[in-house]
Write a protein that binds this ligand. Sequence first.
Ligand SMILES: Cc1cc2nc3c(=O)[nH]c(=O)nc-3n(C[C@H](O)[C@H](O)[C@H](O)COP(=O)(O)O)c2cc1C
Length: 374
Amino acid sequence: MVLDGANRHCSETQVRKIRLLDSEMKTIPLNPLIRKLGPITNASPAVLAPLAGWTDTAMRRISRKYGAGMVFSEMLSGEGARRKNEKTRKMAGFDAEERPYFVQYFATSPEQAADAAKLLRDVNPDGLDLNFGCPVKKIILNQGGAALLKDVSLLARIVEAAVKAVDIPVSVKMRSGWDHRSLNAVEVARAVEDAGAAWVTVHARTRSEFFQGRAHWEWIGEVKSAVNIPVIGNGDVRNAEDVKRLLDMTGCDAVMIGRGAMGYPFIFREVQHLLLHGEACEPPTPRERMDAAVQHLLWMVDYFPDPQRAVLEFRKHLLTYVKGLHGCAKFKFRAMQLLSPDEVITEMRTFLESLPDRPIERPRDVLESAPVWC
Ligand SMILES: Cc1cc2nc3c(=O)[nH]c(=O)nc-3n(C[C@H](O)[C@H](O)[C@H](O)COP(=O)(O)O)c2cc1C
């Protein structure tokens, strides 16, 4: 699905500004970082993670704009897709600029996985991604997400059913096991390879760890050594140096970034720069940060029929875009009272004028203070 109605809720002036912003934004040139993830070619080894409540079309577009190699939808319900739930279908929709784009969903049985795969195929994504890592209680009680790590045979049959149902790649995202006593990432990765998965993404934590402690990157290396399909490493990547370290340490084929990309699509540009030139690039100026945030809001306005809803949904993103900027507490207080996109944009511009026009480092505690999935 391609979204329609460019910026229909914004004034003429705002629309002119947007066009300007769009043309000002730096696009990432094609480069020698191109990687093959099975059947998918990526312009960069850094990809945007699926993040429920966050990676809607607007965040995916902004991440691609700044150089994400590929993007994933938020996790959708296989049962919702199977029942042709309108909300599920809308959430699976995307803009052509997002490609390569994978729809992620969870399924609890092979039949459900196959039926959902066929229906999600209809929105014409580049592939489907099956979730076996979700730690959320509601999903676990339903025997979905990470719960399936405890039943590898069923998990493999779910993957096989989805693979057989569609003519596009099906990948898998998983945690490294249920808990430290049952670390089975290698066994699961081998099973999904045999079941026909295009690649496997490993979030190097167990379900019991949720988001606590540090991700165990060595577990990604173990999976990489054990399978022939590509492996994407994931967990606690907070900057471009981390991407390089994870690639070097584990030999994984790509790196997935979640919380580190919230309000900071520039991380993808920084990865590209570091890998191409061997040195860090300058962080964005406040103006660049604000331009990206404005563009993000406008893409949300395009997506949500009600502009107020777009503003409400955008608030959490806005908080992350301005994190670490001088005077952001007062700005946040004012911005959180506003309900129209025009007012929010004006407030952002006013805030921007109070900031120095020079690159500003992002605070180091990006992950510690980021929201988690629970
Ligand atoms: C708010 C939030 C929502 C998430 N939603 C999903 C999801 O829908 N599907 C999924 O596979 N993982 C989801 N995750 C897990 C991330 O994709 C990723 O595996 C995890 O955050 C570790 O990567 P990071 O350290 O780069 O954030 C979510 C994580 C967070 C913080």
